[in-house]
Design a binder for this molecule. Structure first.
Ligand code: NAD
Length: 359
């Protein structure tokens, strides 16, 4: 029996989480779900979007699967998703982007895995509002310490990149490559401009690479990487990068394999793992039973592998591949036209996957 913390999330989160839960149960499990709410509704009720009991549950069960959670833009509470990753030190964000035959895309044979550092960078949450005491102090410090000046009316976000944080994410990428028979790791950066943060990330990447002579290593500047991914994505295998680049490149890579509905993910640390889709809560589709549950279901496939249930993972992945290839019981985003009246609902697509596995 696997006891798993299940966080339905908000927006379309509860619908896709329910679909993933049913599909996972159909693999035979068995699972016991420790359901925990987090997000906006909880914030309105309890004054915090992430009550301690949610973290306690994950610490107890060690594994969680989570629906997306809305983050207010420019104001309100900090991202629950980011807080959770930091609080549990889930430093590796692992996001595979793999072609499934039948998914709507102009590319074939893509099989890229992104390793995104999850705890540092501009996501560290060290920010000073325009005009605040903190912003004035930083502006003053910069004036004293360097030839540069920052305009008085600036808001400031700090970008810390450490040897410790860089080393463990690059090592995680190489370990993954080795365990999964991957041939190459590409470190992605902007070291030509940010010499002391991205430069450090690159230097650490090169040092770690020396411990893995069996795996090819190369580096790419982030802007060139984006162009290369659009033009010749098949050249790439495992990519490792800082937090913000990882966020952006994950969505780009999702676009290569059919969109955000096809992009699963996992946040993994030394002690805990939280599985979640790359996409957000897509609030405009809330309650419509319309969005694609596959990103969440494929996050479930990753969770099964993490739990040592390799056979169940393969069976579920095959069922997903069959349903996508047949193209009949798929949601609107996988149909040739988004207004296709034969598009399956979220729950209908889950049913089709279940009957492939059980029927
Ligand atoms: P989003 O990923 O929620 O949606 C962007 C667009 O992508 C949608 O409008 C839709 O067209 C498409 N899309 C997303 N998921 C889909 C699916 N399953 N099936 C089909 N199409 C899908 O991005 P957003 O609108 O920028 O963000 C909405 C909220 O989600 C924000 O509050 C954001 O902060 C939050 N967010 C949360 C997470 C997380 O929980 N880990 C991640 C990203 C964004």
């Amino acid at each position: 029996m696997h006891t798993i913390t299940l966080i339905p999330g908000d927006g379309t989160g509860p619908e896709i989480t329910e679909a993933a839960k049913r599909v996972l149960e159909a693999t035979g499990g068995p699972f016991q779900w420790d359901v925990q709410d987090a997000g906006e509704d909880v914030y309105n009720r309890e004054g915090t979007p992430l009550p301690d009991r949610v973290l306690e549950s994950i610490k107890k069960n060690r594994v969680a699967i989570k629906g997306p959670i809305t983050t207010p833009v420019g104001k309100g509470f900090r991202s629950v998703n980011v807080t959770l990753r930091q609080a549990l030190d889930l430093y590796s964000c692992v996001r595979p982007c793999k072609s499934y035959q039948g998914a709507k895309t102009i590319y074939d044979n893509i099989d890229i895995v992104i390793f995104r550092e999850n705890t540092e960078d501009l996501y560290a949450g060290i920010e000073y509002q325009k005009g605040s005491e903190g912003a004035k102090a930083v502006i003053d410090l910069v004036r004293r310490m360097s030839e540069r000046s920052i305009r008085e009316d600036s808001g400031i976000s700090i970008k810390p990149i450490s040897v410790f944080g860089s080393e463990r994410i690059v090592r995680a990428a190489f370990e993954y490559a080795r365990k999964n028979g991957r041939r190459k790791v590409t470190s992605v950066h902007k070291a030509n401009i940010m010499k002391f943060s991205d430069g450090l990330f690159l230097e650490v990447s090169r040092n770690v690479a020396k411990d893995y002579p069996d795996i090819e290593f190369e580096d790419r500047i982030i802007d060139n990487m984006c162009m290369q991914l659009v033009q010749k994505p098949q050249l790439y295998d495992v990519l490792v990068m800082e937090n913000l680049y990882g966020d952006i490149v994950s969505d780009l890579a999702a676009g290569l394999v059919g969109g955000l509905g096809m992009a699963p993910g996992a946040n993994i640390g030394d002690d805990y793992a939280v599985f979640e889709a790359t996409h957000g809560s897509a609030p405009k589709y809330k309650g419509l039973n319309k969005v694609n549950p596959l990103a969440m279901i494929l996050s479930g496939v990753m969770m099964l592998r993490h739990l040592g249930e390799a056979e169940a993972a393969e069976r579920l992945d095959r069922a997903v591949a069959d349903v996508v290839r047949e193209g009949k019981d798929v949601t609107y985003d996988l149909k040739p036209r988004p207004d296709d009246p034969t598009a399956a609902t979220t729950s209908g697509m889950a049913d089709a996957i279940i009957s492939k596995m059980t029927g």
